[in-house]
Design a protein around this ligand. Structure first.
Ligand SMILES: C[S@@+](CC[C@H](N)C(=O)[O-])C[C@H]1O[C@@H](n2cnc3c(N)ncnc32)[C@H](O)[C@@H]1O
Length: 226
């Protein structure tokens, strides 16, 4: 099975335990730093490599039973190309499993971040497109999967609540999971200033309450027809 956007490899390692010695799990991620960490988990049935969902041309057709993407699909600006690749490399009857975030209300942290980055001097620096822009809703997800040839499509929204004790904890989580995009487009000194300002405003907003993030997680299963 192939774990696309495997990050530091924790999920791939868990899946390798499930598939056992007769199975084989490969995790790919575009960030060499993450693959370096994941690599320490490698063993006989588990391997990692730098790779990208948008560049799977080198992967053999009909070569895997399962493709998974956990919290990755919303980072892909274009969907049809990667979905076509997943379909091609899956064997007949193979399965695709994904979790992702659908569009929704911005969290307090996202609002404060956009506000701060939209003000001088930070606004003078070109920001990469906001990952929130690449989210798709369940109808669009269904259509994309159908157009790519998948069948047995199941899509569920499951409520998720994350509680962070303070603004700093919420920011640290967001930095770690936002692919270097939190304030990564700013020169180092400005990035530190922006981060401090975001933390201060978020903490002002919440007072001594925890930061609570409520979202719906989209869970997707689909199959390549046998
Ligand atoms: C929120 S992390 C999830 C990591 C891992 N799947 C997990 O559940 O722990 C999102 C991951 O998607 C990866 N990613 C971003 N763009 C990608 C792309 N075009 N192809 C593959 N992975 C990508 C990032 O490098 C990051 O590791």
């Amino acid at each position: 099975m192939l774990d696309v956007g495997c990050g530091t490899g924790r999920l791939a390692e868990h899946i390798a335990d499930i598939v056992g010695p007769s199975g084989r799990v490969v995790g790919i991620d575009p960030l060499p730093e993450r693959i370096a960490i994941a690599g320490s988990r490698a063993r006989a049935n588990l391997a990692f490599a730098v790779g990208d969902a948008r560049a799977l041309d080198g992967s053999a057709t009909a070569s895997v039973d399962v493709v998974v993407l956990n919290a990755v699909f919303h980072w892909l600006p274009e969907k049809a190309g990667p979905l076509g690749s997943f379909f091609r490399i899956l064997r007949s009857g193979g399965r695709l499993g994904m979790t992702t975030w659908p569009p929704g209300r911005r969290t307090a942290l996202q609002e404060v971040r956009l506000q701060v980055l939209g003000e001088p001097p930070f606004v003078d620096h070109v920001r990469p497109p906001d990952g929130v822009l690449f989210r798709v809703d369940t109808d669009r997800m269904y259509a994309l999967l159908e157009e790519s040839g998948f069948s047995d499509i199941r899509i569920e929204l499951r409520p998720v609540e994350q509680v962070f004790p303070d603004a700093e904890a919420a920011i640290r989580y967001s930095e770690a999971s936002s692919f270097g995009n939190f304030v990564g487009h700013l020169p180092a000194e400005l990035g530190t200033r922006a981060r401090d300002e975001i933390r201060r405003r978020l903490q002002d907003r919440i007072g001594d309450q925890p930061v609570v993030r409520r979202e719906q997680r989209m869970v997707v299963l689909a199959r390549k027809p046998a």
